[in-house]
Design a binder for this molecule. Structure first.
Ligand code: BES
Ligand code: ZN
Ligand code: ZN
Length: 499
């Protein structure tokens, strides 16, 4: 889909459909002329109560040749005082899908012109672009039947009459970069696990690195053995496919942040096999690593003045003949040992290597990890927020702020010292499951485990098991992979770049 911005008045824009916003307080007086041309159709809809401007509602009015546009799509924006950038994103997503599903191809919108306190034309154009481009994402490459029925918008034009075309274009460009990076992550995660293997992840990373001029280094199995990546190698043992450890770098400025992503291309649970209902969907267990790739893509395209190093341990977790077993003891890259209590708690085992590699080899100012780490985090927080814990107060607050700003929200869980007691082992330095009999505070004890592998660097752990994957459609995300985390971390890096 093409997206661009022009200046002019939307009433005279020629296309299949113009999208205009309506608050519950009534039609904006600026649309009086449009309403008159349509014989009062717009005002009568509100008079009869057919369209009240309720948030998330939409109503199509056919113009029968009375205006340059063939249709007017009214977008309900709710109450003026409650309207904000997130509602704009949602309204843009809902109306773009509405137009697409009717088979319309060329649409125009000026939703960025509706009043929002404290937001300028750039931020509003960015939100509009994100909402539409994220909502229109579809993963259809494996469908062969009735492909012609899959509808696509060809063009969405932002029509600006506020005299801020320059700002609107900047916002649109930022929104385009961020939504393309998010959709890129969604596609990597949605790809079936038998296709998006560790080897394919390496190919994807190399392609991205070549295109965006990123440095890349990929460690293969022999190299990992030599360097002592015992955690990643242990989890890989049940798989027929070699592991990969991918390191990518975008050096755009000073502050250096390592972003570590869990890359389990499929989590069967290993010998502690998951029951069928829990195993379905476990291709999503690589979302952390895929998000790291999306972050590097967006950061480089936005030319952020920061230094980002992506660190991705990638393997399947399978119950093959050679699979690692409960009771095994594994020596990690850091030298610390792990007693395996459950092979399904594999994410923390591969992250142990990745976190200490990030700290020791990259020497960053901060480490952020993203991982679909625990079902417990989904139980605690659902799908609207990731759990966050860590050791750097400023880092954690910065991520919370970025989460509120982008609406990719994080919720901090208590990270008391005593949780470290729960992951003690009698035979090794730590154990990959806690001693709490019912898995109590599972998201926190998992983070306590990870903390053993970061010595002195400010570190934030983001458990994305909930928001990385949704089972129902949302206003600007279809079912499946959401790409959660790209906009969050990029905003954090942007704020950091500002100093
Ligand atoms: N990949 C799962 C966590 C997960 C669950 C991600 C649901 C997305 C949705 C992780 O590897 C796992 O299996 N964790 C176990 C840990 C337990 C064995 C201590 C869990 O959460 O049950
Ligand atoms: Zn698991
Ligand atoms: Zn897992």
């Amino acid at each position: 889909m093409e997206m661009r911005a022009v200046s002019g008045s939307i009433e005279s824009f020629k296309c299949d459909c113009i999208i205009i916003g309506v608050f519950e307080e009534g039609l904006d007086p600026r649309y009086k002329g449009l309403d008159q041309k349509l014989g009062g159709a717009l005002s009568s809809l509100s008079r009869t109560g057919e369209f009240k401007g309720e948030f998330k509602s939409a109503k199509l009015v056919t113009t029968l040749g009375r205006t340059p546009a063939k249709n007017v799509l009214l977008a309900g924006l709710g109450k003026k005082a409650e309207y904000d950038l997130e509602k704009l994103r949602k309204a843009a997503g809902i109306t773009a899908k509405y137009a697409r599903n009717l088979g319309l191809s060329y649409v125009a919108s000026n939703l960025h012109e509706n009043f929002i306190k404290d937001a300028g034309p750039r931020d509003k154009a960015q939100a509009l672009t994100e909402g539409a481009a994220l909502a229109l994402y579809q993963f259809t490459k494996y469908r062969t039947v009735e492909k012609e029925k899959i509808r696509k918008l060809k063009s969405l034009v932002i029509v600006d009459s506020s005299g801020s075309l320059e700002d609107v274009r900047k916002g649109l460009e930022r929104g385009r970069i961020l939504s393309e990076a998010t959709n890129y992550v969604r596609t990597l995660v949605n790809e079936p696990a038998s296709i998006m293997t560790s080897l394919q992840m390496e190919k994807e990373a190399r392609q991205l690195a070549a295109k965006n001029r990123l440095k890349i280094r990929v460690f293969n199995k022999a190299e990992l053995e030599k360097l002592g990546f015992g955690g990643l190698l242990a989890v890989n043992r049940g798989s027929m496919i070699e592991p990969r450890f991918i390191v990518m770098e975008y050096a755009g400025g000073k502050g250096k942040v390592a972003v570590v992503g869990k890359g389990i291309t499929f989590d069967s649970g290993g010998l502690d096999l998951k029951p069928a209902a829990y195993m379905d969907g476990m291709k999503c267990d690589k979302a952390g690593a895929c998000t790291v790739m999306g972050i590097l893509k967006a950061a480089s395209e936005l030319k952020l003045p920061v230094h980002v190093i992506g660190v991705m341990p990638v393997t399947e977790n399978m119950p093959g003949n050679m699979a690692y077993k409960p009771g095994d003891v594994v020596t990690t890259y850091s030298g610390k040992t792990i007693e395996i209590g459950n092979t399904d708690a594999e994410g923390r085992v591969i992250l142990s290597d990745a976190l200490s590699y990030a700290e020791k080899a990259c020497k960053p100012d901060a480490i952020i990890d993203l991982a679909t780490l625990t079902g417990a985090c989904v139980v605690a927080l659902g799908y609207s927020a990731a759990g966050i814990m860590g050791t750097g107060r400023r880092l954690l607050e910065g991520l919370k702020k970025a989460g509120d700003e982008t609406f990719e929200r994080v919720w901090e869980l208590p990270f008391y010292e005593e949780f470290k007691d729960a992951i003690k082992s009698e035979v090794a330095d730590v154990k990959n499951i806690s001693s709490y009999p019912k898995g109590e505070a599972g998201a926190i004890t998992a983070a306590a485990f990870l903390s053993a592998f970061v010595e002195a660097t400010p570190w934030a752990h983001i458990d994305i098991a909930g928001p990385a994957w949704i089972n129902e459609e949302w206003p600007y995300s279809p079912k499946g992979a959401t790409g959660y985390g790209v906009r969050l971390v990029v905003r954090f890096l942007e704020n950091m770049g500002k100093g």
